[in-house]
Design a binder for this molecule. Structure first.
Ligand code: AMP
Length: 117
């Protein structure tokens, strides 16, 4: 059994803390970001806590990464016009604060030139 403290996303998956869940399968869950940065801002999160970054996920389970991307597309169609920006912050210096891999799905009237720096 892991002795690491579960991430906040593992606690959401375990229903230990609430979230506005919009999609769930055996392998992924999606919920609204608590501090939205776009009209639609969802997080797509693999249920496994085995991968902290998208690079690890790509190397370890590419089919699961593909499911994350397909889920993002489906949610962008359901919650916006189908267009979306997919962001994987990777590392603290890139803004990652939760080290349980997750995709930010940003949609709903994004304009060009708004990538933060
Ligand atoms: P990152 O900075 O890429 O690691 O993204 C973590 C994201 O998780 C941030 O956008 C937070 O706003 C979001 N977040 C943190 N806690 C929660 C929560 N309890 N429910 C929903 N989103 C959360």
């Amino acid at each position: 059994m892991s002795t690491e403290t579960p991430s906040i996303f593992s606690r959401i998956i375990a229903r230990e803390i609430p979230a506005d869940i919009v999609h769930e399968t055996d392998r992924v869950i999606a919920f609204r970001d608590i501090a939205p940065k776009a009209p639609v801002h969802l997080l797509v999160v693999p249920k496994t806590a085995a991968y902290s970054s998208v690079a690890e996920l790509a190397a370890g389970d590419p089919a699961l990464l593909a499911e994350v991307v397909a889920t993002a597309q489906q949610l962008a169609r359901e919650h916006a016009d189908g267009d979306f920006r997919l962001v994987f912050n990777t590392g603290a210096n890139a803004g990652q604060t939760v080290f349980h891999v997750h995709a930010h799905v940003l949609a709903g009237g994004l304009t060009e030139g708004t990538l933060a720096h």
